[in-house]
Design a binder for this molecule. Structure first.
Ligand code: ADP
Ligand code: MG
Length: 402
């Protein structure tokens, strides 16, 4: 290969015998396509797929281990690539070539067979088809790359938004017990008896415990491992709820928590974030007080142990017209205080951990919304395995599954 071709997308011509290779390359060049000639299919393995426009092979290239090398090249292609390949074959006249050609055709999907001797126009039109198909594949790859990069950026930005909210919440939460501590210390200083001072001291210790609890749970949120593992989901639910205690009190929201030990095979950090999203939404929905119900229990779905996590609020509910849009990026009804990424991310997280997210909601009195997460306790349960599976009902009304 000449160095000038090293990073240029090109056709590779594998024609080990005679002048075929030279002629094909000449034809390609005159038609405006870059090409390179190699002696064996094995040499193709070293070339980055994005630089391969297609392969043009002659029968001889598939002999002496050529077909195995060809299969290897095809298997090593990235998901976006279906490498266009053109085989020039004399199979019609030579039985041994006919055998390799038919084997190649059976095993390699993207193969075009052309009988030798090939007319120039035939070869050029096959090359044109191969070239167009490759351009389409590269466009799809670029679009997919762009999409996953922007999804990743959105995930990060929602994580940052959550971090910001958690920090504001922590400062706020710590402030209350700090104020109480200040008052209690003042009382200790001015107390008339040792006994009185002692009881104020005990209350002060409780407030200190509260501060350290808040700091501890906030730090857990940031330190939680991202790698999946066998995780006690009930502990996660309690920990996530701890972060909202102050807000619940302020808004006169009663919490009803009923947790049984239930395990999920999941990323602790991700599920923590999903829970904080769902609890945050429930709290936002109850501006004037209400009940926040959190249930965790183990359930068996199709013989597979799952942790079921329910977060229910008695807020205004979700109007039918917007239910379609809930999981779309940037959909929010909270103006500038919302990001519209919480549910999108939550669904993504639950799916990535092999689980399922469902919700039901009603706007008529008594109004409210219930989100339920099912997390399998074993690794590698694909969401599709749960699809169509009867998931135990968590309430009377039919649920939407997303
Ligand atoms: P954000 O909370 O930033 O608005 P989300 O993706 O978390 O973004 O939620 C999208 C929208 O879904 C919210 O703006 C709200 O309208 C609606 N929503 C989510 N959870 C609830 C709930 N528990 N009760 C009522 N509406 C909800
Ligand atoms: Mg939200």
């Amino acid at each position: 290969m000449t160095d000038s071709l090293a990073n240029v997308p090109r056709f590779l011509v594998v024609a080990p015998i005679g002048r075929d290779g030279e002629l094909i390359c000449g034809l390609l060049n005159r038609a405006g396509y870059r090409s390179e000639r190699v002696q064996h299919v094995r040499q193709v393995e070293a070339i980055d797929s994005a630089l391969l426009l297609g392969l043009i092979l002659t029968d001889e290239a598939l002999l002496r281990g050529g077909i195995e090398a060809f299969q290897k090249v095809i298997r090593a292609q990235p998901v976006w690539s279906e490498l266009p390949s053109i085989l020039l074959t004399s199979g019609a006249n030579e039985p041994s070539y006919a055998m390799v050609a038919s084997r190649a055709r059976m095993e390699i999907q993207s193969l075009i067979l052309l009988d030798r001797p090939v007319r120039k126009e035939m070869l050029l039109s096959a090359i044109q088809v191969a070239y167009n198909s490759r351009q389409k594949q590269l466009q799809v790859r670029d679009a997919t790359d762009k999409q996953s990069r922007s999804d990743e950026a959105l995930r990060k930005s929602e994580q940052l938004a959550v971090t910001g909210r958690m920090m504001a919440t922590m400062a706020h939460e710590v402030n209350n017990p700090l104020e109480a501590l200040g008052n209690l210390l003042f009382l200790v200083e001015n107390s008339g008896s040792l006994e009185e001072a002692h009881s104020f001291g005990q209350l002060a210790t409780k407030e200190l415990q509260r501060i350290s609890e808040i700091v501890d749970h906030t730090l857990r949120f940031h330190r939680a491992p991202a790698k999946p593992g066998f995780t006690d989901v009930s502990e996660l639910a309690i920990s996530a709820l701890t972060l909202f205690r102050g807000k619940l009190r302020e808004r006169h929201i009663r919490e009803r928590i009923k947790v049984e030990r239930a395990f999920g095979y999941c990323s602790e950090g991700e599920i923590r974030q999903a829970l904080v999203n769902l609890i945050g939404n429930a709290v936002d929905a109850m501006r004037d007080g209400g009940n926040l119900r959190i249930h965790v229990s183990p359930v068996s779905i199709n013989g597979v142990e799952h942790a079921r996590l329910t977060i229910a609020d008695t807020g205004a509910g979700i109007r039918k017209e917007i239910r379609q849009s809930l999981f779309k990026q940037f959909f929010t009804t909270k103006g500038s205080s919302g990001t519209g990424l919480g549910l999108w991310l939550t669904r993504d997280i639950v799916r990535r951990n092999g689980g399922k997210l469902r919700f039901r909601s009603r706007t008529e009195t008594p109004s409210g919304t219930v989100f339920t997460i099912y997390l399998p306790a074993v690794p590698d349960v694909q969401p599709s395995q749960l699809r169509g599976e009867k998931i135990p009902q968590t309430g009377r009304r039919a649920a939407s599954t997303v």
